[in-house]
Write a protein that binds this ligand. Structure first.
Ligand code: URA
Length: 253
C-alpha cells in the first residue's frame, strides 16, 4: 500500500508537490471516484507485481485503478530496460554536463533507475537499466559468478599464452598492491596486428578488460559487452536504442 501522491510521483506524473496540486484540483480518480486526499493509500499488490521464481511471469496484481484527467496510470514497482550503450555516453544516473545512460531511456516511468554495472565512456553494448537493487547485486557480486562477456579489438597478436594467463589470473594492480583477476575465458576470433577476441569474466573491476590486456602488453582498441548472465544483447537494437526486457528474460535473470 502506498500513498497516492507517492504513487503518482513514482510514475513520473510530477514532483510530490506537483502531484499534490493535481490531486487537490480534483483531477485524480481512484477506482472511478475523484479523491482530493494525497495520503489516501493505494493497493499496488506488491510483491506479486514482480516476477518471481515461483510465478509464470509478470502477474500484475494491482487491485485499484488510478486515473489522472481520465487516463489510467498503472503502477510499476520495477522497470527493466536493455540498452545498447553507444560510445560517448557515461554510465551514471545523472550528470550536470554529460548525457548519461539513464537519460537515454525516454519512456521510463520511475525516477530511481540506474545502470547495472558501469561501462567506460568509450565502451559499447549491453547495459541493463533498472531500479531492482537486489537483482543488480546478484548480477554484479563476484561471488555469484555471473558471466560478463565482451567482444574486443586489441592491438597486437593475442596468443595462446594470453589465454593461459587469463585462465590463471593476471595482476592488474601493482607489484606492491597486487590485484589478481579471477579465472577468465579468452577466445581468439582472429589473431594479427589487430586481434579480435571474446573474453568472459565474472567480476567487474574498474577498467578490468583494458587492464587485463595491459597486463599482457596489449591495448584494447574497441570494447563491446555482448552478454551478462543469461541476458544477451539484442542485435536488432542499434547503439543508443533500448527495449523493455521480456518476462522470460527477467525470469531467467
Ligand atoms: N572492462 C573495461 O575495461 N571497460 C569496460 O567498460 C568494461 C569492462
Amino acid at each position: 500500500m502506498i500513498r497516492l501522491d507517492k504513487y503518482l510521483a513514482d510514475m513520473g506524473c510530477g514532483t510530490r508537490q506537483e502531484v499534490k496540486k493535481l490531486i487537490r484540483q480534483g483531477r485524480v480518480a481512484v477506482d472511478g471516484e475523484i479523491t482530493k486526499k494525497p495520503d489516501v493509500k493505494i493497493d499496488v499488490g506488491e510483491p506479486e507485481t514482480r516476477p518471481s521464481v515461483q510465478s509464470d511471469g509478470w502477474e500484475p496484481m494491482q487491485r485499484q485503478t488510478v486515473c489522472v484527467d481520465g487516463k489510467e496510470v498503472g503502477y510499476e514497482s520495477y522497470e527493466y530496460y536493455m540498452l545498447y550503450k553507444p560510445g560517448g555516453v557515461i554510465s551514471a544516473t545523472e550528470d550536470k554536463h554529460a548525457e548519461t545512460v539513464v537519460d537515454l531511456i525516454k519512456d521510463k516511468k520511475r525516477k530511481d533507475l540506474f545502470p547495472v554495472g558501469r561501462l567506460d565512456k568509450d565502451t559499447e553494448g549491453l547495459l541493463l537499466i533498472t531500479n531492482d537493487g537486489a537483482l543488480a547485486h546478484r548480477l554484479l557480486s563476484p561471488k555469484k559468478h555471473v558471466d560478463k562477456c565482451y567482444y574486443a579489438k586489441v592491438s597486437g597478436k593475442v596468443t595462446v599464452e594470453d589465454m593461459r594467463a587469463f585462465l590463471q589470473g593476471v595482476n592488474i594492480g601493482s607489484e606492491e598492491n597486487p590485484e589478481v583477476t579471477m579465472s577468465a575465458a579468452l577466445e581468439i576470433i582472429k589473431s594479427g596486428n589487430i586481434s579480435e577476441i571474446r573474453l568472459t569474466i565474472q567480476e567487474g573491476k574498474f577498467h578490468q578488460v583494458k587492464r587485463m590486456f595491459h597486463a599482457v602488453g596489449k591495448e584494447v582498441l574497441y570494447l563491446k559487452r555482448e552478454r551478462m548472465g543469461t541476458l544477451v544483447l539484442d542485435e536488432t537494437l542499434k547503439p543508443g536504442e533500448y527495449r523493455c526486457l521480456t518476462d522470460e528474460e527477467i525470469k531467467n535473470l
